[in-house]
Structures are given as structure tokens and as C-alpha cells.
Design a protein around this ligand. Structure first.
Ligand code: PLP
Length: 463
């Protein structure tokens, strides 16, 4: 038995370790092997707590879209329900029913012509939702092609080069050709221009993004839909749209209700969102809703026996936490339409304020001002005398606790580097504090002469 194991044996007897002493350090857990012995819970807690302390502060993480704050009541509810498994519909029939209420509420919010005819589910996030929605598109395309006696071996999916990585994953995992429409100076967002060169009889669908991850701007779903109408008139191809509303599908209905992007467009057959983004829930929760049951091929649904009834389930995973679904319902009740409009309206105001401040500082040019989803992005104006870049600024800000990623734009505009912040529910004062630190970091960089060593070429980019 090693010395360490000796100590472990001691520690589990009455000889409680003193805490931060040499003794304590002897218990340091090995990194890559399971410790042989056990240790007191306080000690294990302290070790994990201390390790987690070295992570960034979640609320200063301006890179993430994901919920980092909920109120006391939500936190209490979370603690009361973290043991619920979403798949146990028999054991937790109420949670199952609340899940259904939630996606029905979303179907209504997204203007489904007949919310009672829709079908949907919760997921762990938009990525799982995208896998399910993409599969439904593929299966429906395949059924149509088979019925017509046509080959089904070369499906493709058309979308902007600015898609979130989950769509490239979807195509990769299910052997579907990815057709990316590049972005450009004239078409900084995918807008249906030249779409006829990308779609054909093997196109299972077109993905439109409400809230492009890189910049936060909305793709004009209506224009994309109009372009597909023209293509149908010319060629007979009837190509459906899936809207990836990971962020924007929980913003637009409240803040920009006049934008027509949802089930009001006949071509939109399914929509996903992340409950854990502007749905305001902690990670991980996503939603996907289909216009009607017909848009979800029956063979993707597994029937489980549910209290003598028939419970359809649709998911990639089996077990997953149910608490987030309850938290979403809590927020639907707590905020209602008016509350979501107020919360997101406030966040948007703060975003517009922050972007105008950044624009007025001199070196920056806005790429997105926060008027779509409250995400702002900027680039550096050309200046041959400047000896710093946005990666240096990210590093400086990180030194003050703020996490602000810098990264190149996608294919077509990859020569442009931007920096982005995602504004979330919080106090305006925090934005002021951020801007003050931001100004000081810029002033520091502007005041240096001579080259600044680049410590890292990239920085964390949270899609
Ligand atoms: C965040 C995001 C995703 C992925 O969502 P997760 O909930 O993190 O899985 C997909 N698409 C877009 C546009 C996103 O912003």
C-alpha cells in the first residue's frame, strides 16, 4: 500500500483532515486514474470546488448564448426536480404532460396554422433538435423519391456557410451532402440570392437561420421562401424550409413580431430553438416543432406504453434531465408574452447602447449592432499604424475576467476578423462596467509601441 493509500485509510476514520495543510495536499486526487481509496466528502467537495473556481465566471462569459442566470424560485424548482428523467413518462406523467404543453405553446407562438395538428418534442439542445428535423427532411424526401421510383442515394442540404456546426455534423453523421452558400460583401447573410444554383431534385431542404451565430443577424426567411417559390414555378421542385431559430425563435416573436419567418410561411415545415438560450433556461434544453404530424415521418416515432395509453417518443438519447422542461414551463408562466417582451426588449436596448458606444470609440466598425438578436459584433477599421488586433484585445479583456471571443467570419468573408458579445438577461450597469474595462484595454493597446507578442491565434468561439 502506498503512502497515499495509507492516508486515505486514516482519513475515512475519525482522523478528519485539517483542511489546507500538508495532510490535505497528500490527498490530492490523481488526474487520470481512479483513486484506490475513498476520501471524506468535504475534501472531495473542496477539490472539485477549487478546480471549478479556475473556470471563467459564467456571467462574465460574453461568448456564450446559454442561460447563466435564473431567479431564486427557478433555482429552488431546479433543486427539487434534478432527479427527474425525461424518458420516464410513466413515472413522471406530469413532467411529460408539461413537455407537451411547452411545445404546443411554442407552436402557437410560432403561428402554426393549427397548433393542435403540430407535433414536437424537447431535446437536450438545438443540436439534437437539428438532427431530428434534418432526419425528418431526409426521410420525407426519400419517401417521395421512392414513391416516384427515383434514386435516393445522393441527398443534399442547402444552407449558408454561416451555419452553426450542428448542421455540418448532421450532414456528416447521416451522409448527406452539405451545400454551403458562401457569404459575401454584397450578401453578408444568406438571402436566397442565386439559390437556383444550389438546389436540385436531391435537395432535402433549405435551412434558414434566425440569428446567425457569427453575427446575430436574422436571415430573411421570407425572401428565401420567395426564392424557392420562384424555383418551384420554374422547375417544379417543391423544397421545404427548416428554420434554425436556436436563438432568434425565442426573441423575434416578442421583440420583432412583424418579421414573417415562422409557420406563417407555408414552406416552413419545422422550427427548432434552444430553451437554454433566449428561452432563458440553464443548459441543456432544446425544442423542435413540426408544422403538422405529416411533416414528421411516422417511422421516426417510437411508441412507448404510457399509463395504458400510447406515448410517442422521439429523441436520440434515452435518459436525460427533465428539470429543464419544468424550468421552461416555470418561465412561460412567470414571464408570459409581456415578460419575455420586456426582458428581451431591455436586453436589446442594452445591446444597442453597447454597440453605439463601441462604434463611437474610433477603431471599430460594427458588423452587427444588436437590433436582431441582442448580439453585437465589430471589426477593426483598416489602420496600417496599428500594432494590435482583436486577439490582443480578447487577451486583455480576459485579464479582467471578461470572455470576449475573436474569430474570422465564415467562407466568403474569412479575411474579416470580428469580435462578438452575446448580451443576456442582466443589469445595464454590468454593460457599463464592461465598456469601461473595454475602453481601458483599448487605451492600453493604443498606448503601446513596438510589436505585441501574440499569445494565441484563436480564442474560444462559442457557436
Ligand atoms: C447555438 C446554436 C445551435 C446549437 O444549439 P445547442 O442548443 O447549443 O445545441 C444551432 N444553431 C444556431 C443558429 C445556434 O446559435
Amino acid at each position: 500500500m502506498s503512502v497515499r493509500d495509507d492516508h486515505r485509510t486514516d482519513a475515512t476514520s475519525e482522523n478528519e483532515p485539517l483542511g489546507f495543510t500538508n495532510d490535505y495536499d497528500d490527498f490530492a486526487a490523481p488526474w487520470f486514474t481512479l483513486p484506490e481509496g475513498s476520501m471524506p466528502p468535504d475534501m472531495a467537495y473542496q477539490i472539485v470546488h477549487d478546480e471549478a473556481m479556475l473556470d471563467g465566471n459564467a456571467r462574465l462569459n460574453l461568448a456564450t448564448f446559454v442561460g447563466t442566470w435564473m431567479d431564486e424560485q427557478a433555482n429552488r424548482l431546479y433543486a427539487e426536480t434534478f432527479d427527474k428523467n425525461m424518458i420516464d413518462k410513466d413515472e413522471y406523467p406530469k413532467t411529460a404532460e408539461i413537455e407537451t404543453r411547452c411545445w404546443r405553446i411554442l407552436a402557437d407562438l410560432w403561428n402554426a396554422p393549427d397548433p393542435a395538428a403540430t407535433i414536437g418534442t424537447s431535446t437536450v439542445g438545438s443540436s439534437e433538435a437539428a438532427m431530428l428535423a434534418g432526419l425528418a427532411l431526409m426521410r420525407r424526401w426519400r419517401l417521395r423519391r421512392r414513391a416516384a421510383g427515383q434514386p435516393t442515394d445522393r441527398p443534399n442540404l442547402v444552407m449558408s456557410a454561416a451555419v452553426q456546426v450542428c448542421w455540418e455534423k448532421f450532414c456528416n453523421y447521416w451522409d448527406i451532402e452539405t451545400r454551403l452558400v458562401p457569404v459575401s460583401e454584397e450578401h453578408p447573410a444568406f438571402d436566397g440570392d442565386d439559390l437556383e444554383s444550389y438546389v436540385d431534385e436531391n435537395t432535402i431542404g433549405v435551412v434558414a437561420i434566425m440569428g446567425v451565430t457569427y453575427t446575430g443577424v436574422y436571415e430573411p426567411v421570407q425572401r428565401i421562401s420567395d426564392a424557392l417559390d420562384r424555383i418551384q414555378e420554374a422547375t417544379g421542385l417543391d423544397i421545404p424550409i427548416h428554420v434554425d431559430g436556436a436563438s432568434g425563435a425565442m426573441v423575434a416573436p416578442f421583440v420583432q413580431p412583424e418579421i414573417v419567418w415562422d409557420f406563417r410561411l407555408d414552406r416552413v415545415v419545422s422550427i427548432n430553438t434552444s430553451g437554454h438560450k433566449y428561452g432563458l433556461v440553464y443548459p441543456g434544453l432544446g425544442w423542435v416543432v413540426w408544422r403538422t404530424e405529416e411533416h414528421l415521418p411516422e417511422d421516426m416515432i417510437f411508441r412507448v406504453n404510457y399509463l395504458g395509453g400510447d406515448m410517442p417518443t422521439l429523441a436520440l438519447n434515452f435518459s436525460r434531465p427533465g428539470a429543464q422542461v419544468l424550468l421552461q414551463y416555470y418561465l412561460f408562466l412567470r414571464l408570459g408574452r409581456a415578460g419575455y417582451a420586456e426582458v428581451h426588449g431591455h436586453t436589446r436596448e442594452v445591446a444597442l447602447y453597447a454597440s453605439s458606444e463601441i462604434a463611437s470609440m474610433g477603431p471599430f466598425e460594427l458588423v452587427a449592432d444588436g437590433s436582431d438578436i441582442p448580439v453585437i459584433a465589430w471589426r477593426l477599421k483598416e489602420d496600417p499604424d496599428r500594432n494590435w488586433n482583436l486577439y490582443h484585445l480578447s487577451d486583455r479583456l480576459r485579464g479582467r475576467g471578461w470572455q470576449v471571443p475573436a474569430y474570422p467570419l465564415p467562407e466568403g468573408l474569412e479575411h474579416i476578423t470580428v469580435q462578438r458579445i452575446v448580451l443576456r438577461r442582466g443589469r445595464r450597469a454590468l454593460a457599463r462596467d464592461f465598456l469601461e474595462d473595454f475602453r481601458q484595454c483599448v487605451a492600453y493597446l493604443e498606448g503601446l509601441d513596438g510589436p505585441i507578442p501574440v499569445e494565441r491565434e484563436g480564442s474560444a468561439f462559442h457557436h
